[in-house]
Design a protein around this ligand. Structure first.
Ligand SMILES: C[S@@+](CC[C@H](N)C(=O)[O-])C[C@H]1O[C@@H](n2cnc3c(N)ncnc32)[C@H](O)[C@@H]1O
Length: 244
């Protein structure tokens, strides 16, 4: 993993300023109602496309987990390749839009383990999306995963919940897992988040004991919407975590 000396000077601000920031589940659900979903990428994420082979390693029949999945189109990419996909998302609107926009018929049923929660499943059975908080998911036995694609997930978690998040993620990893995670570096004094600034050191603190952390790529991610937040730089960094 990149050490502090190899980091850009611009990545030095510490994340303390965001540590007490909380976005509630209701606020996330509201974002879907008010269409404040600039994070959604209609064509899927180019970094995942680019590193797909490194991620899949030519293996077939994998179980792939999408934490905080929104309506990520990449769920369909994996299903189309014969893998089984499971996502979790608090917004029912996002989940319904995913299936509708991907032309997938689906069924839905309540989850007995979590009051008010549901699971949506494609008719072919290879994509299931749980409509509940990720933090409630351990109450359901969803099994372990060979792959996790974490984009817009760790960076969307309230900083005070990082440890709980890592516990859930680590509990879902199968032997031989590949956990691909994209984090963001920007000046957290300029934008309250989400997305939150996640320093490399935080990724290491959360996962370094159990995982080997390999830096894959850093890319300039600055878009107009980031400039509107007051940012003049934002970098997306991709890491591959594997079994230690
Ligand atoms: C930044 S978006 C990213 C969505 C998706 N990963 C993508 O790349 O487009 C974060 C998503 O997580 C959902 N969310 C936030 N907190 C959650 C939680 N604790 N459990 C489940 N979903 C959550 C939000 O509704 C939102 O759709």
């Amino acid at each position: 993993m990149a050490d502090a000396t190899s980091l850009r000077v611009k990545e030095l601000p510490n994340a303390e300023v965001q540590k007490n920031r909380v976005l509630t589940l209701e606020e996330w659900q509201d974002r879907w109602v008010t269409r404040n979903i600039g994070f959604h990428q209609e064509q899927g994420h180019w970094l995942l496309k680019k590193h797909l082979d490194t991620f899949l390693k030519g293996q077939s029949g994998l179980r792939v987990f999408f934490p905080l999945c929104g309506k990520a189109v990449e769920m369909k990419w994996f299903a189309d390749r014969g893998h089984t996909v499971v996502g979790v998302e608090i917004s029912e609107i996002a989940i319904r839009e995913f299936f509708t926009e991907q032309n997938l018929s689906y069924t839905e049923k309540p989850l007995t383990e979590i009051a008010g929660a549901k699971v949506f499943m494609s008719s072919s059975g290879n994509i299931s999306v749980y409509c509940c908080s990720l933090f409630d998911l351990p109450r359901v036995n969803i099994g372990k995963f060979d792959r996790i694609w974490d984009r817009g997930s760790l960076v969307a978690i309230n900083p005070g919940d990082h440890d709980r998040y890592a516990d859930v993620i680590l509990s879902l990893l199968n032997k031989g897992f590949h956990y691909l995670v994209a984090i963001l570096s920007y000046d957290p004094t300029k934008h309250a988040g989400p997305p939150f600034y996640v320093p490399d050191a935080e990724l290491k603190r959360l996962f370094g004991k159990k995982c080997s952390i390999q830096f894959l790529e850093e890319a300039d991610a600055l878009e107009e919407r980031h400039k509107a937040w007051g940012l003049d730089y934002i970098f997306e960094k991709l890491y591959l975590l594997t079994e230690k």
